[in-house]
Design a binder for this molecule. Structure first.
Ligand SMILES: [Zn+2]
Length: 174
């Protein structure tokens, strides 16, 4: 799968709910993990690969030896509870090279369905809470720089313009 790079329109759209849990959905999930591992990301949302379905994959140990042992699949995820606050560096495969401190809740409780359509809830703190909020934002057409103050966002976009040019040069060479 090809990762969509900001400001691609698909990143600004709201993804649609998954209603049928079939082989197509399981294939998308597997391909999303593959794409995420190839790029060393911790999470990936449907929008980022041009699939406007409410599908998120997360593996906080992506790129490490334990890769694949802690796969999290969230279909139709919804945040039920948020608590506290954290301010930490965030990046995104759709904004290559850009890292900014983003304010997020320190704890979230999320309900979702797995690839077979079974309901479950997941609680996360710190990095997991951050990843859950970041990926669920994607499904709603929000990228992490949208969570910055208007001034911070403007500065981030200036920096990103340069990074994007470098990224496009590098990927063209390959
Ligand atoms: Zn992202």
């Amino acid at each position: 799968m090809e990762i969509k790079i900001y400001p691609d329109e698909v990143l600004k759209k709201k993804a649609e709910k998954v209603k049928e849990f079939n082989q197509e959905i399981r294939d998308i999930v597997n391909q999303m993990f593959e794409t995420m591992y190839k790029r060393g990301g911790l999470g990936l949302a449907g929008n980022q690969v041009g699939v406007l379905k409410r599908i998120v994959v997360i593996d906080l140990e992506s790129g490490k030896e334990r890769q694949g042992q802690n796969k999290i699949v969230l279909i139709n995820p919804e945040i039920l509870e948020m608590e506290g606050e954290q301010l930490n560096q965030e990046g995104c495969l759709s904004l290559p090279g850009l890292y900014k401190k983003v304010k997020r809740a320190a704890y979230v409780k999320v309900k979702a369905q797995n690839a077979d359509g079974e309901d479950f809830t997941i609680e996360g703190e710190d990095l997991l809470a951050r990843a859950l909020q970041h990926e669920i934002d994607h499904l709603n057409g929000i990228v992490f720089i949208d969570r910055l103050s208007p001034l911070q966002k403007r500065l981030a976009l200036q920096r990103y313009k340069k990074l994007k040019r470098e990224y496009e040069r590098k990927t063209k060479k390959k």
